[in-house]
Design a protein around this ligand. Structure first.
Ligand SMILES: [Zn+2]
Length: 361
């Protein structure tokens, strides 16, 4: 039997399958149920050192570390009253409030288990996702910002001083950016499909943070059609040097697997192997800078049958250091050659804030 190189906590609760806005909504239960089927088939859940761990719902105070009490109350009351609509993509049902508390609780638990040394790495396989939720706003399938709540919990309750959040979801994490925009104890690095071509339309290189946080928001927009080569370059030429220079105590990953070439709502060309490579690099990076983690929190990924079970597997095997035999769905597209060029441009634009990028320019 396989043995994990790193002890991995997979945070999961069957209640995460019950969240449903509508049966045909892209953010649907099969996102997780098919991933679990795959993990079981591949024997990952029997690997020594890999454990499924059940979360508890977050306390309301934990949610309010990040969100306005009025926002929390709005979601609670909408659920209590049977539900309602927030935007075209985001509806509340009578169970949303409890489910969002459980997703936040799972993300907090992932951080807690790693910071306390019970596990080396963790993946919070939660629904609903969180990175579009701002301080006082639910949006884009998100109600409470799981990654931001877990980060703030680490800082306030677990004495972690500096956190680097790497957000590789195909969409820009506008909520997370907003929450930490004026902070220098949280580095927010996002690589995403260019906002001129995809929701939510933000995340340009000139959005760098403000006040104490100036320079500590790093946005890497890439053009439609960007694939593994572009993402590898972004890692080597921006993400790796910037995170090393920042020297975090904890690395958290907003792990959205919707950059996969089969994803139905985005236009990128990353493969499952590309995801595996990124996670292995993130693990090395954490080791090199002596940071805790990575702790991954599930965000998007909508290629429910084709890409997502494999990309989630890739993330999990990368975290635990397990061998993989990832099957790529047919039809890997050619990459947009503009992707690597754009990465170079962005590195130049950000070099004003990062010595490590100036040296490379
Ligand atoms: Zn996304």
């Amino acid at each position: 039997m396989w043995r994990a190189e790193r002890r991995l906590a997979l945070i999961y609760d069957d209640e995460y399958l019950e969240h449903e806005q509508h049966p045909t909504h892209p953010e649907r239960r099969e996102r997780l149920s098919y991933t679990l089927d795959r993990l079981r088939e591949e024997g990952v859940l029997e690997v020594e050192g890999v454990d499924l761990v059940e979360p508890e719902p977050a306390d309301r105070e934990d949610i309010e570390l990040v969100h306005d009490p009025d926002h929390v109350e709005l979601i609670r009351r909408m659920s209590e009253q049977g539900g309602g609509v927030i935007d075209a993509d985001t509806a509340v049902t009578e169970r949303t409030y409890e489910q969002a508390l459980l997703a936040a609780g799972g993300s907090i638990l992932a951080v807690e288990l790693v910071v306390k040394g019970e596990y080396d790495v963790a993946f919070a396989m939660v629904r609903p996702p969180g990175h579009h939720a701002g301080r006082a706003k639910a949006a884009g399938f998100c109600y409470f910002n799981n990654a931001a709540i877990a980060t703030e919990y680490a800082i306030q309750e677990l004495d972690v001083e500096r956190v680097a959040i790497l957000d590789w979801d195909a969409h820009h994490g506008d909520g997370t950016q907003e929450i930490f925009y004026d902070r220098d104890d949280v580095l927010y690095v996002s690589i995403h499909q260019d906002g001129r071509t995809l929701y939510p339309g933000t995340g340009f290189p000139h959005e760098v943070g403000e006040g104490d946080g100036e320079g500590y928001t790093v946005n890497i927009p890439v053009p439609p059609g960007s694939g593994d080569e572009t993402y590898r370059r972004a890692f080597r030429e921006i993400i790796d040097p910037v995170v090393r220079e920042y020297d975090p105590d904890l690395i958290l990953i907003s792990a959205g697997q919707d950059c996969h070439f089969t994803d139905p709502i985005t236009n990128l060309a990353v493969t499952a192997r590309g995801y595996e490579w990124m996670m292995r690099r993130a693990v090395e990076l954490a080791e090199d800078v002596d940071a805790l983690g990575p702790v991954a929190v599930l965000e998007g990924g909508y290629s429910v049958e084709d890409g997502l079970p494999y990309t989630n597997m890739a993330v999990i095997c990368g975290l635990a250091g397990l061998p993989t035999d990832l099957k790529e769905p047919a039809g890997v597209p050619d990459e947009n050659p503009e992707g690597p060029k754009r990465v170079k441009e962005v590195a130049r634009q950000l070099s004003e804030y990062w010595e490590s990028l100036r040296r490379r320019a």
